[in-house]
Design a protein. Structure first.
Length: 288
């Protein structure tokens, strides 16, 4: 992590370790009509008091975002708020952050972690969403249980960010092949668009696969769903030109910008998701 080449390589996907770095990147995207989501890296905590610190960090982030007038929202993992130590405390922290999202005219997104956290995360979402409207949740298409999970959330008028999923899971829990995951994503994305066409929920499609994006956009057009009724989310530094092209074509686009000191395991997952990124690391290793 201390090697200069590693820091140069990760710079492509993460503008810096501080919130200010993420917000500066968000500010640069805004003129292209690309919104953003910021999230601080790090997952399981070692003590309950750290959850308080994370909550306070994000409370300040909401204020900073409003002061800058940015089209930026916040996303957080429940384990960052101490879920492993106390579900009640984590829920209380999420309520505080959701209330702040309402006060600042923003949104709060709850990320999904590995399959062992799904039931607890869904329970947290149901609790907070029933009290505060602008709260969304990430749902992973590669989990076999996901169709039922999505259906169970429909009565909440949910904001769902559908992603493929990046955690290592056994085959009986998640589809092992990319083809099956892609098919699941397209099918579930279509169901979310159909629900939105009926006035239920707000679908968010989180993928860099432009073939899938084209299928989703085509399905939305067939349903005559206005382009501002669904969103396309991508990561900072990946398919930047496509993000700008989609936004220029009138689609609602957000870019997920990560920051924080705990970037090494996150970066390794980025390489695992898209092995072509390894070439960028190699170039950064041998070129100053």
């Amino acid at each position: 992590m201390r090697r200069p080449f590693a820091r140069r390589a990760v710079k492509r996907f993460m503008p810096g370790e501080e919130l200010a770095d993420a917000l500066a990147a968000a500010e640069a995207l805004a003129p292209a009509h690309i919104g953003s989501i910021v999230t601080r890296l790090g997952e399981t905590l070692t003590g309950e008091s750290q959850g308080d610190a994370v909550r306070d960090h994000y409370l300040a982030a909401f204020d900073d975002i409003r002061a800058r007038g940015l089209p930026t929202v916040v996303s957080i993992k429940p384990t960052q708020l101490g879920l492993d130590h106390s579900a009640d405390s984590c829920r209380d922290h999420l309520e505080v952050l959701a209330r702040k999202a309402v006060e600042t005219g923003s949104q709060l997104w709850i990320d999904m972690e590995d399959s062992s956290y799904v039931d607890r995360t869904l329970a947290l979402y149901r609790h907070v969403k029933s009290r505060y409207e602008p709260v969304g949740i990430a749902i992973q298409a590669y989990l076999r249980r996901t169709p039922q999970d999505i259906e169970s959330l429909m009565d909440l008028n949910p904001m769902i960010r559908l992603v493929k999923g990046a955690y290592a899971e056994p085959p009986h829990v998640a589809f092992p092949s990319k083809r099956d995951v892609d098919l699941a994503f397209v099918s579930l994305g279509g169901r979310l668009l159909e629900a939105a066409q009926r006035g239920v929920g707000r679908p968010i499609l989180g993928t860099h696969d432009m073939s899938i994006v084209r299928q989703i956009v085509g399905r939305a057009a067939a349903l005559k769903l206005p382009r501002d009724r669904f969103e396309i989310h991508m990561l900072y530094g990946i398919r930047s030109a496509d993000q700008r092209s989609l936004a220029a074509d009138g689609h609602a686009v957000r870019c997920l910008i990560s920051y924080g000191a705990q970037w090494f395991p996150w970066y390794m997952r980025r390489l695992a998701e898209r092995p072509a990124n390894i070439w960028f690391v190699m170039r950064s290793t041998f070129m100053r």
